[in-house]
Each structure stands twice: as C-alpha cells, then as structure tokens.
Design a protein around this ligand. Structure first.
Ligand code: MSP
Length: 505
C-alpha cells in the first residue's frame, strides 16, 4: 500500500465559492477516490486562506469583525464540499493556531540561516492577487500583469526571503525533473520565466500599520507575514511540520499539488525554493489546471459572471455537475462553461447511455426473472473489445490525470452493452421462452453494470453507490472487484431512473 498525499489550493474567504473553485476540489476528490479504490492510503487536504489585505477589505465592506467574517464565509466552503461529496481528510484554516506556529518556525529558521533580511522595497502590489510585481515584470504601466487591475505603488522597509540565492538550484531541479510541473505547457512556462528573468528576492512582510490582518512576524513586532508566504506553508503545517515528526516524514513530500494556472509562479518557484531552503524535498508534482470561462472571461466574482454551484446542483444534481466538469475538458485546458453544452452532455451520456442502460436492465431483471439472478455466465463476445480497452487504459489514464479519456473508455463499454441489448432483442427470447439465454443475457448486463459502477465511482460516487444498492450487492467498491464473474447473485431493488432527461428548452 503506498501513501498518496494530495492537496487543493486553500481558498480566499473574501467571497463564497463558485464553480471554478469547485472544479479543483472535484479533481482532487476524483483522484483521491481512485487511489482509495486502488488500495492506496490517501491523505486529501483542503482548506481556507484567511489572512491578508483582500480579506480584511471584504470584512470591512461587510461591516463585520474580520475573524467573525472568515469564520462565517469559511463555513460556506465546508458546506459546498459536503454537498459535492468531497472526501477530504483534513480542512486547514490559516488562522489555526498550529499553522500560525509553523509559519513562525519557518521564518525563524530561515532568518537564523541568513536567508531572510530587511531592506526597502520599491515596487508594486496587486491586492486582488495579493502579489508583488517589479518594474520589469509589468507590461502595461500601473496594471497587474496577472489580473489586469490597477497596481499600488509601494516603497517601504520590509523583510525579504533570498529567492535569488536558490535560482540556480531551481533551474537545475527543473532540468533533472521534467515531470515536476504538469502539463508540459506549464513546465515550459516556468522554465521560460526562469530563463528570461533574474529572480528577485521575495518580500515576505507587511508593516502592521498598513496590513494588520496576518500572522505576527516572529522577529519583528511591527510586521505581519505576507499572505502567500503564510499560505504555502499550509501544505506542511497540516501534516505535522515541526511538531509531529513521524507523521510528517510519512506524508511529506506531497504527491501532487493541484492548482489553477494563475497561481503557478507561487507554487513552482517560491514554494520549492522555500522548501529547499528549509532542507525539505519539493512536492512530487505540481499540476496546474485551466480556467472555467464564461465566453472570453475567466469565471470570477470580480467579473460578476460566476455560476453558483449550489444553485446548479439544485437543478441538475451533484453527480451531473461533477461528471460535466471532469468529462468536458482535459484537466489542464480551459473550458467554456456553456449551459447548452452542459445539458446536452447530461442528457446524452448520463440520462440516455448510462441511465437507460441501468434502468432497462433492472427492469428486465424484475420483469423476466423476478429480480433474482443466481447463476453467473461468461462474458459475451460482444463486450470483449470495449472491456479490454477499458481494463487496459483506465489505470494509465487515471494515473496521468487524463480523466476525460478514462470516462471515454468507460462510456465505450456502456455503449457496447446498450448495443448488445438492441442486437439481442430480449423480448423475443422471452416470447420464445428461451429462459436460459435470457438469464445469461441479464447476468452479463448486470455484471457489466457492476464493473462500470466501480470504474465510475471516483467520478460520480453517489450514482455508483446507488447502482450497487439497486443491484442488491454490498461488497465494497474497489478495483479488486473488476474481475468478471465474481458476482454470485443479484437481488434487484430498482429505484427511479438515475438521471432524468432535462428539458433543454
Ligand atoms: N489563496 C490562494 C491560493 C493559496 S494556495 C497555497 C488563491 N485563492 S483563490 O481563492 O483566489 O483561488 C483558488 C483557486 O481557485 C486557484 O487555483 C484558482 O486558479 C482557482 N480558480 C478561481 N477561479 C477559477 C476558474 N474560473 N476556473 C478554474 N479555477 C479557478 O489563489
């Protein structure tokens, strides 16, 4: 059994979560569930980023005390994860005392090592991105190169972390570890960035007279810790850094950090260097996914174009949303969030192909065999090509985070089963009293559906559990169960169709 430590970014609690945020957690949930059914020991971390100027501003605008504000808005993330069946193991908040202590330990250690020093900062700051920018990084005067909003000019004494000292180390690390940042386009982006710009040291403090909502800078009472420096440390503080050595050594390095492509520089440049300076290994993989867009624009609260996942779930259901987000685009590319494409996907794949297959099969099992099937039968020839393809490709697709391709393979097998029903014409077998043929036919479909529900369980866990329940079987859904013929009997308890067709008009 191997350990698998996976993380989401921690979300700013300045506003409620939208579909873009839900996307990362669904990706992490899918891979966690996959690793669990494979038998790995998973630790899945998510949480909230609760400090910094942006959050203080949002609390002020809401007229609330900032701690009460982050407590309240943070709950909305937890509620959404529950509704989306996100099977996380731990929820970290950067206001947790153990996290604050870990951040302070990191700063003290790096200061003692000589990697932190004080000087005057000249540059620009973007509060919505909570990011520092130098003259050379800015393309259009006064505008944030990341989000296009106005920058604030800053000139103040601050503490700096010596990123530049480790520039060569990072370049070398990237050269030796071409799979460290994925997909390849993001690896090339970071490599290109390091080749064209000299790394400047990172400003890691904010004077308290300006930004008081943050962790106290442990070596100087007049300062708070810069929010990104605080936030990145969550990945180690959550697994016991500096307090639970045994647990930390077991879980670190993280196997994969999933992030959005906009926070690549923080994760692929600052973070590995911070870890290296601390004498720790970098995470094994940083995987940057794309954005969900509305037309040309990234879905975001500031653009006012967000889709509220709770409203959407109320309309189409949890698994339909999870399925759409994981099926529609390969993880790594941008996707256009279109309502008509969403509804079409649900109707064609989930209602027609999967839903009908299950409903029709259970219906036949009840009508022709009184819902009790006790004899197994070999896999029909008609299933073999799609089944073999699925068996061969599923694991490699899932291991490469090619979720959309894994789903395609599953649906090829579902298609083969639907075709088998149409070609066999079971109503004729019934009319001609060929009961043995009918029994073998129905067993094959039920066994195929059972196997499909194991493969689907990381993507649409509620549906997979419902299929198991309706088949009247209780064995755990795991990959040991994909062997054909292990079901000795089925006791059908048909429920209503899994995915009712949605009226597109
Ligand atoms: N707090 C930082 C992350 C710190 S991690 C140590 C942050 N928070 S965020 O709330 O602004 O964004 C969190 C994640 O949501 C980012 O990975 C971002 O890419 C993702 N998304 C926000 N909008 C998105 C879309 N429209 N589409 C896909 N992901 C999007 O950054």
């Amino acid at each position: 059994m191997s350990k698998f430590y996976v993380t989401t970014p921690i979300y700013y609690v300045n506003a409620n979560p939208h579909v873009g945020h839900a996307y990362t957690n669904i990706i992490c949930d899918c891979i966690s569930r996959y690793k669990r059914i494979k038998g790995d020991e998973v630790f899945f971390l998510t949480g909230t980023d609760e400090h910094g100027e942006k959050i203080k501003k949002a609390a002020d605008e809401a007229g609330e005390d900032v701690k009460a504000f982050v407590d309240r808005v943070g709950q909305n993330f937890k509620k959404l994860w529950e509704r989306l069946n996100i099977s996380y193991d731990f929820f970290i908040r950067t206001t947790d005392v153990f996290h604050i202590k870990a951040v302070q330990e990191v700063i003290k250690a790096l200061y003692e090592k000589g990697d932190i020093y004080k000087t005057t900062y000249h540059g620009f700051y973007c509060t919505p991105c909570e990011s520092f920018w130098t003259d050379t990084q800015i393309k259009e005067a006064g505008i944030c190169p990341l989000c296009g909003r106005e920058l604030e000019k800053l000139e103040e004494e601050n503490y700096f972390f010596r990123l530049s000292k480790y520039e060569d180390w990072l370049k070398d690390y990237l050269k030796k570890n071409p799979d460290f940042i994925r997909p390849k386009i993001r690896y090339n982006e970071v490599k290109g960035f390091l080749e064209t710009q000299k790394l400047s040291d990172l400003c890691i403090s904010r004077p308290k007279r300006r930004v008081s909502w943050g962790i106290d800078f442990p070596i100087d009472d007049n300062y708070a810790v810069y929010v990104w420096f605080d936030a990145l440390i969550n990945y180690i503080s959550a697994v016991g850094f500096a307090v639970e050595g045994k647990r930390f050594n077991k879980l670190w390095p993280a196997d994969i950090h999933f992030i959005g492509k906009d926070i690549l520089r923080h994760h692929a440049v600052f973070w590995p260097i911070m870890l290296h300076a601390l004498g720790l290994e970098p995470p094994r993989i940083i995987f940057a996914h794309g954005w969900w867009k509305m037309g040309e624009d990234k879905m975001s609260k500031s653009k006012g174009n967000i889709v509220d996942p709770l409203v959407l779930i109320g309309e189409i259901g949890v698994d339909a949303l999870r399925y759409f987000l994981l099926r529609e685009i390969p993880v790594g590319l941008d996707g256009n969030f279109s309502r008509s494409v969403l509804l079409h996907r649900i109707n064609s794949d989930l209602a027609n192909d999967l839903g009908n297959l299950v409903y029709r099969t259970l219906n036949m099992a009840e009508k022709y065999l009184e819902g009790k099937i006790t004899e197994s039968s070999p896999m029909p020839e008609e299933f073999k090509k799609a089944f073999k393809g699925l068996e061969k490709n599923y694991i490699s697709c899932m291991d490469k985070v090619e979720f959309s391709s894994a789903l395609e393979e599953i649906f090829k097998f579902i298609g083969a089963m639907n075709k088998y029903i149409e070609d066999t014409k079971p109503w004729i077998l019934w009319k001609e009293k060929k009961i043995d043929c009918l029994k073998a036919f129905i067993y094959s479909l039920l066994e195929g559906i059972r196997i499909v529900s194991i493969y689907l369980s990381p993507f649409i866990p509620e549906t997979a559990a419902s299929i198991y329940r309706q088949l009247g079987i209780e064995k755990e859904l795991n990959l040991n169960g994909i062997k054909w013929g292990i079901s000795k009997e089925f006791n059908i308890k048909k429920e209503k169709p899994l995915f009712p067709r949605i009226d597109v008009d």
